[in-house]
Design a protein around this ligand. Structure first.
Ligand code: PEP
Ligand code: MN
Length: 263
């Protein structure tokens, strides 16, 4: 279903009133996690002002340590929805369990499947059944073929609204958190009609590397970017070291606009 052979023209995924796909770049931005109402409100205001069109913010966080901040759960979804509505942005957030899918539908415009759950097939089936847009991150050790088969699970179960997201893979290199696989963008575009975007934040894990890699993704043909932005990165409860300051995000948006048309 995801194959270019089956459908030659690019799929455009509609998230609220925002279209992802084709030659325009859609900017998704927000904090790693919704930490409290004022935090997401403040960040939403600044990323919207800078040019973001979709707001992100995790409510269920898949953390390496069970003792790390796990997210606010449903309370976080309420704040995310409120912030998106106030600043006119559809919202996306990660789903980690099939049992949350029904509840989450009421709050969000696009599900996010995280790298750690890319091959959680029962989760893919439940999310696919909603027919809603889904942002499918590439697993950190997944081949492109495995990633596309995960998209196939979503589509076989009832959604045709899938956006793929390259977020870096695990290699022997430790200078960055993951290794951004820019070549995945043109490879995927050849194999599938689905839109593919890039996440330079999780790909690098380091704030100063985020903007250069974001521009590399755009140059490679990505149809969008997902970027973590925090109003006080040094106090962030997750992924502070890779979160851009709002002023850095503004600058990045201007640089992206100089390279290509944005949504
Ligand atoms: C995230 O987007 O906050 C996240 C956890 O990303 P990934 O699943 O790519 O690690
Ligand atoms: Mn994160």
């Amino acid at each position: 279903l995801a194959s270019r052979e089956l459908k030659a023209e690019d799929t455009i995924v509609k998230v609220g009133n925002v279209k992802i796909g084709g030659n325009r770049v859609a900017l998704i931005a927000g904090p790693c996690a919704c930490e409290c109402r004022s935090q997401i409100m403040e960040i939403a205001a600044s990323v919207r002002e800078a040019g973001a069109v979709i707001l992100r913010g995790g409510a269920f966080k898949p953390r390496t340590s069970p003792y790390s901040f796990q997210g606010l759960g449903e309370e976080g979804l309420k704040y995310l929805r409120e912030a998106g509505d106030k600043y006119g942005m559809p919202v996306t957030t990660e789903v980690v369990s099939p049992r949350d899918v029904e509840m989450m539908k009421n709050y969000i415009d696009m599900f996010q499947i995280g790298a750690r759950n890319m091959q959680n097939f029962e989760l893919l089936k439940e999310v696919g059944k909603t027919g809603m847009p889904v942002l499918l991150k590439r697993g950190m050790s997944a081949t492109i073929e495995e990633w596309l088969m995960a998209a196939e699970y979503l589509m076989a179960n009832g959604t045709d609204q899938v956006v793929l997201c390259e977020r870096g893979i695990r290699t022997f290199e430790r200078a960055t958190r993951n290794t951004l696989d820019c070549s995945a963008i043109p490879v995927v575009q050849k194999l599938t009609h689905l839109p593919v975007i890039g996440d330079p934040s999780h790909a690098t894990g380091i704030r100063d590397m985020v903007s250069p890699m974001a521009l590399a993704l755009v140059a490679a043909g990505a149809s969008g970017l997902m970027v973590e932005v925090h109003n006080h990165p040094e106090k962030a409860l997750s992924d502070g070291p890779q979160s851009l300051y709002p002023s850095q995000f503004e600058k990045l948006v201007r640089d992206v606009q100089a390279l290509c048309p944005v949504v």
